[in-house]
Design a protein around this ligand. Structure first.
Ligand SMILES: *Cc1c(COP(=O)(O)O)cnc(C)c1O
Length: 389
C-alpha cells in the first residue's frame, strides 16, 4: 500500500460537480476580478470567523503583509513571532521593513512560549505575531492581555488554523487582524493561491482593501503605495463551495487524529501532539505532528542503515516509513532564524534551543479528511512494527 501525506484530488468525488458548475458560471459571467463570488465569500468568511469584516487577497503571505502595512509597521519596528513556522511568517515582517524577533517555543505544543514574550519587548516592538501552527490554537486571552498591557498590536497567523477556535471563539477573531491562507494544502484550500484577512475594525478593513488594490480608494486615485493582491473570482467560487464543508472536514481530521493518538500512545519513543480540547478550544488538525525521541526503532529497520546512520533519528525513521509506503513531510526541518536568508539577523545555533531541537525531531503523519480507516491502520501498523520491542 502507498499512503500519500495529503491528497487534494480526494475531494473531487464529493464536490467535483459543484465546483465545475460554479466555475462555468463565473467563466460565462465575464467577471473574473471581484464580483459576486468574491463578495459572497468575504461575507461568509467573516461570518465563519465571527468577525465584522473579511477582505480577501492573493495569498496568506499577502494577508500578513497587508495586515502589517495597515497597522503602520515598517522600518525600525520589531515584531515578536515564532521561528518554528513557515518562512512566510517572518518574510512578511521583513518585507514591510520591520525586524522579526523570535521567541522560543513551548516544548509541548510547539507554539510561541508565552512566558518569553515580555522579555523580548523593546521600545521598538510594535506587534506580536502569534502562529496557530498546525492548527493548534494559542492561548489568545494571554496574548491579548500581554499586548494590551504593553500597547502592542496583534496579528494572528491563522494560515493553518481555519476552523480552529480558542475558548469558543474562532482564531482570527481575537487579534487586531487575523491572516488566513487558502493555499491548496490548507484546511480551506483553493485550486491555487488565495488568502484573506479578518478584523472587527472598520478602518483597518478599509485600509487593507485599498492597499490590496494599488492603494486606490477610487478608480485611478491612489492614496498609498499598495499591491496588486486580489482573490480571483474563480478561486472565490471554489472557496464558496468548500467553506460550508470546512467544519465537517475538520471533524474528519479530528477523528483521524484521535485514532492516531489512541493507537500510538503506548510507544514511549514517540511524543504525540498536545491536545487542547479543554476550555472549549479546538484544533483544526491541518497537520498531525509527532516527535521521534530516540533511535529505538533502528534494530527493526530493513533499509541499509550504514549510509544514513549518521542522520538524525527522525530522517532515518522517515526513510524507513517511506520504504514501507507511508509518505510523510517534515514541517519544518530548519527553523527560520537559522535560514541562510536570515544570516543578517545574527541568530546563532543554540539561540532558540527548544525550536532547534523540535525541528530535528518532528515528522507529520498523513492526515486529510478522506484518509480511510484502512489507510490509517496501515500507517499505525507500520509505525508499531518499527517500534516493536
Ligand atoms: C501557508 C502559510 C503561510 C503563507 O500562506 P501562502 O498562502 O502560502 O502565502 C503563512 N504562514 C503559515 C504558518 C503558513 O502555513
Amino acid at each position: 500500500m502507498q499512503i500519500p501525506p495529503f491528497s487534494l484530488e480526494a475531494q473531487i468525488s464529493e464536490i467535483g460537480d459543484e465546483i465545475e458548475e460554479a466555475l462555468i458560471k463565473v467563466f460565462r459571467s465575464g467577471k473574473y476580478i471581484g464580483g459576486e463570488e468574491v463578495a459572497s465569500f468575504e461575507k461568509a468568511f467573516a461570518l465563519a470567523t465571527e468577525t465584522s469584516y473579511s477582505v480577501s487577497c492573493n495569498s496568506g503571505t499577502d494577508a500578513l503583509i497587508l495586515a502589517l502595512r495597515a497597522l503602520n509597521i515598517g522600518q525600525g519596528d520589531e515584531v515578536i513571532t515564532s521561528s518554528f513556522s513557515f518562512f512566510a511568517t517572518a518574510e512578511a515582517i521583513t518585507s514591510v521593513g520591520a525586524r522579526p524577533v523570535f521567541v522560543d517555543i513551548d516544548s509541548k505544543n510547539y507554539l510561541m512560549d508565552l512566558d518569553l514574550i515580555e522579555k523580548a519587548i523593546t521600545p521598538r516592538t510594535k506587534a506580536i505575531l502569534p502562529v496557530h501552527l498546525f492548527g493548534h490554537p494559542l492561548d489568545m486571552d494571554k496574548i491579548m492581555a500581554i499586548a494590551e498591557s504593553n500597547n502592542l498590536k496583534v496579528v494572528e497567523d491563522c494560515a493553518q488554523a481555519a476552523g480552529a477556535y480558542w475558548r469558543g471563539k474562532p482564531v482570527g477573531s481575537y487579534g487586531d487582524i487575523g491572516c488566513f491562507s487558502f493555499f491548496p494544502t490548507k484546511n480551506l484550500g483553493a485550486a491555487g493561491d488565495g488568502g484573506a484577512i479578518t478584523t472587527n475594525d472598520f478602518d483597518l478593513a478599509k485600509t487593507i482593501r485599498e492597499l490590496a488594490i494599488h492603494g486606490m480608494p477610487k478608480r485611478y486615485f491612489h492614496t498609498n503605495i499598495g499591491y496588486n493582491s486580489r482573490l480571483d473570482s474563480l478561486q472565490a467560487a471554489i472557496l464558496n463551495v468548500k467553506l460550508i464543508r470546512l467544519n465537517k472536514w475538520i471533524e474528519q481530521r479530528k477523528e483521524i487524529a484521535i485514532n492516531y493518538m489512541n493507537q500510538l500512545s503506548a510507544i514511549d519513543s514517540i511524543e504525540l501532539p498536545s491536545n487542547t480540547f479543554v476550555n472549549n478550544s479546538g484544533h483544526s488538525w491541518n497537520q498531525f505532528v509527532i516527535r521521534i525521541m530516540d533511535n529505538s526503532f533502528i534494530k527493526n529497520i530493513k533499509s541499509n542503515s550504514d549510509d544514513v546512520f549518521d542522520n538524525l533519528n527522525r530522517d532515518l525513521f522517515k526513510t524507513e516509513l517511506h520504504r514501507l509506503g507511508v509518505n510523510t513531510i517534515i514541517y519544518y526541518p530548519i527553523p527560520i532564524h537559522l535560514q541562510p536568508a536570515y544570516k543578517n539577523l545574527e541568530y546563532k545555533e543554540g539561540s532558540l534551543p527548544v525550536t532547534e531541537k523540535v525541528c530535528s525531531q518532528v515528522i507529520s503523519l498523513p492526515i486529510f479528511p478522506e484518509l480511510k480507516s484502512i489507510q490509517q491502520s496501515y500507517v499505525i501498523d507500520k509505525i508499531k512494527e518499527l517500534f516493536k520491542k
